[in-house]
Design a protein around this ligand. Structure first.
Ligand code: AKB
Length: 323
């Protein structure tokens, strides 16, 4: 019998969209969604769902056995801003969750693992523009340190134990179907909601903070592509740079103003500014392009247009339902 796929951390920003995409592709019963809490999301509840704390190894193993899981997308993690406030919990979740999944793969319980890394693996001493795959990496955020350590462990488990683990260094992810939580790049999603609801936004990063970002459709496509690529094409087992587009808050605000002329923005940088200042402005993803044919489809203008159009539809539909 064909094994099933388990998505851990399915209620998060990527999880909801990834589960939907995987279920459309492989069939609803083939993809088990899981998260630490019961989900109210209709997208997750139209197929199997399990409550799972990835820090509980016995539970993880029980669910893997129960559903005959052969592939795991392990997305449960604490993001950059929340991690700064809870360093020990962040380290525990981000590292031990990964070890549990890698150990199951080492013992052949599961055959393939996806684990997300982040542009947070880079630090203030990393070259800022077109940051290459291989470069100085001295992250100074709790989240970045955990992601860099995770990358080293992924490569180690591949080399030593033959674990088929694949990973991407996600930039900030921008989508209209699900909300981010606890990240430094979250402003670039919130701004669209506030622009449509209130016509103004107070940004927690300064106006010229350039960061790498990616439309969620691109991120889901990259994730599924790297998992489907033949093993010999995956030549990097730590994590691949992937680029979408790069913009500053003021550039994004300008694009929003073109469609919502009354929109205004103010800047009140907080502790997240320091995290953002330590990250690259743009990413060189030559290896991902060469090895498994990666190419982003969304530039900043297409991203902004899509967000505004889709959020308008969504808000209109919500108003009709509540009437
Ligand atoms: C965050 O801001 O923490 C995340 C990330 C870049 O990994 N979106």
């Amino acid at each position: 019998m064909q094994g099933k796929t388990l998505v851990i951390g399915a209620s998060g920003q990527i999880g909801i969209e990834l589960v939907t995409a995987l279920r459309t592709k492989h069939g609803h019963q083939q993809v088990v969604a899981s998260d630490i809490r019961v989900s109210e999301s209709p997208e997750l509840n139209d197929g199997p769902f399990e409550v799972l704390n990835v820090l509980n190894m016995d539970e993880l193993e029980r669910i893997v056995d129960k559903h005959n899981i052969t592939e795991v997308y392990h997305l449960a993690a604490m993001l950059s801003a929340t991690s700064e406030k809870n360093p020990e919990r962040a380290w525990d979740l981000n590292m031990n969750g990964l070890f549990h999944v890698l150990d199951l793969a080492k013992h052949q319980k599961i055959k393939k693992v996806f684990w997300p890394s982040s542009i947070a693996v880079f630090g203030p001493s990393t070259p800022k523009q077109m940051t290459p795959q291989y470069t100085v990496m001295e992250p100074n955020s709790v989240y970045g340190i955990s992601k860099l350590a995770g990358e080293r462990w992924c490569e180690y488990y591949h080399e030593k134990f033959g674990v088929d683990v694949r990973s991407l260094r996600y930039p900030g992810l921008i989508g209209y179907k699900s909300d981010p939580g606890g990240g430094t790049t979250d402003y670039a999603v919130d701004i669209f909601h506030q622009a449509l609801e209130k016509g103004s936004y107070q940004c927690f990063l300064s106006e010229n903070t350039m960061l790498p970002m990616m439309m969620m459709d691109d991120a889901i496509r990259a994730t599924i592509s790297i998992m489907e690529a033949p093993a010999e094409q995956i030549k990097i087992r730590s994590s691949y740079n992937v680029a979408g587009c790069s913009f500053t808050p003021s550039e994004l605000a300008q694009l929003i103003k073109e469609q919502i002329p009354e929109f205004s923005i103010t800047y009140e940088p907080d502790f997240r500014q320091k995290i953002a200042d330590s990250w690259p402005g743009s990413i060189d993803d030559s290896e991902a392009r060469a090895h498994w044919n990666w190419k982003a489809a969304y530039d900043t203008t297409k991203l902004a247009d899509t967000m505004i159009r889709e959020l308008r539809h969504k808000k209109k539909a919500e108003t009709l339902v509540t009437r």
